[in-house]
Design a protein around this ligand. Structure first.
Ligand SMILES: Cc1cc2nc3c(=O)[nH]c(=O)nc-3n(C[C@H](O)[C@H](O)[C@H](O)COP(=O)(O)O)c2cc1C
Length: 398
């Protein structure tokens, strides 16, 4: 099942606050959402929670020392800073918050923050007066202006007996806010339909014609569109990848089924992405019973399948239409012809003659082609390709 923090590396920084005792639970809640979690503990944090507990729940070595000779043989602090997709500081002490404002780097956590391009979530936890102090309030405003997100503390009774604002936000809420870091509004409010996977064209009750499509590219696009704020409907053929549970999922078998599912749901859509590997032909007749191997040769007559993308492109109020072109030769020329002939708004071209990319692979390399634009996205994971494609779609087509 696809989760909001699947494939995300989250570094949890834990500071010297009494609320640090809740940090193993934060690790668990981040993992529940699919994150791979590593922990960085400040010296203050280590006074309140044991390294052993954090190592056990995170299933990773806890990092607590900038001067770790072994880790620093390979510049461990820079590696960690690059590894993280997000850094969550929870609990964040008043002291560390102040240090971040000044760009201090006198321990592992603050050094990492300077060295990272990851998204950053700060969850302050402290005595209500420390939190209300002008210094802390100004510091938090400054960090917000630098694109860090603040998980506001809660109001309530505190460990010191005071009542006020300063209690660490709930672990579940911190994990959800970490997931929200990856939401953007590039496709905010848009409805996107994506077809994906291979169609299956029956020959008889047990045999069929199909292809090697895994659905990985389409599923990565679904996640990227959802994370960009879209409501996504998936029309899913045969796939070998986990289904994106945040999408509306419609399962189909043949090209005819896929066409019907697309046309009955397309009315509301703003964007249509045809990513499925639809069989071009299907058997004219589907044998009622299993075909016996009586003869030396067997011919199966095939007939052209409907062109789903062309059908959508011909609609009167068509959505923005984006097709995939899997080519093996004359790549750009063939893709540009497809763009023109079908009347779609963009073609995403991939070279399926290269076995390292495309069909079953986790990697891809594509060209994003529109009437006036042809841009290459170099070989990388399908997840990153999908994010870049969403950026292109929102920049060029919306
Ligand atoms: C018992 C105790 C509880 C503390 N609780 C907090 C707290 O909840 N929030 C906070 O900002 N500082 C708290 N402090 C102070 C920090 O631990 C102290 O400022 C420390 O230098 C923070 O180090 P760090 O930011 O490197 O983790 C507490 C100190 C003690 C002794």
């Amino acid at each position: 099942m696809q989760k909001p923090l699947n494939n995300k590396n989250v570094l949890l920084g834990i500071c010297g606050s009494i609320a640090a005792y809740k940090s193993p639970d934060i690790v668990r809640r981040l993992q529940d959402l699919g994150a791979e979690v590593r922990v960085v503990l400040t010296a203050g944090g280590a006074e309140f929670v044991s390294e052993r507990s954090l190592q056990t729940v995170s299933k990773n070595k806890v990092h607590d020392n900038l001067w770790d000779a072994e880790a620093e043989l390979s510049m461990g602090h820079i590696e960690l800073a690059k590894w993280a997709d997000a850094i969550v500081i929870a609990p964040a002490s008043a002291n560390t918050i102040a240090k971040l404002c000044h760009g201090r780097a006198n321990d592992l956590l603050t050094t990492l923050i300077l060295a990272t391009t990851a998204k950053i979530l700060i969850a302050p936890a402290m005595n209500q007066q420390m939190y209300a102090s002008m210094a802390t309030q100004d510091n938090l405003k400054l960090l917000e202006s630098r694109n860090m997100v603040i998980a506001k503390p809660e109001f309530g009774e505190q460990a010191c007996g005071d009542i006020g604002e300063g209690r660490l936000a709930e672990p579940t809420s911190i994990a959800l806010q970490a997931a929200n870091l990856f939401q953007n509004t590039q496709l905010g409010g848009k409805k996107v339909m994506i077809t994906l996977g291979a169609t299956i064209e029956a020959i008889d009750p047990v045999r069929f014609i199909s292809n090697h499509s895994s659905g990985k590219m389409g599923m990565a696009l679904a996640s990227a569109c959802i994370e960009a704020g879209a409501t996504v409907t998936l029309i899913i053929g045969s796939i070998s990848v986990a289904v994106e549970s945040r999408a509306i999922n419609i399962f189909v078998t043949s090209a005819d089924d896929m066409l019907e599912a697309v046309m009955s749901n397309i009315g509301e859509q703003d964007i249509f992405i045809s990513c499925a590997a639809v069989a071009d032909y299907r058997p004219v007749n589907i044998a009622q019973n299993k075909i016996k191997k009586d003869s030396e040769t067997l011919s199966i007559e095939l007939v052209r399948n409907p062109d789903i993308l062309a059908n959508v492109c011909q609609m009167k109020n068509k959505p923005i239409c984006i097709g995939f072109a899997a080519e093996t030769e004359n790549l750009i020329k063939n893709a540009k012809n497809k763009l023109k002939n079908k009347g779609c708004d963009a073609i995403i071209l991939n070279d399926v003659s290269n076995s390292k990319i495309g069909l079953k692979s986790d990697q891809n390399e594509v060209f994003f082609i529109t009437k006036d634009n042809c841009e290459k996205i170099n070989i990388t994971s399908k997840i990153i390709i999908a994010k870049k494609l969403v950026e292109k779609i929102s920049e060029v087509l919306i």
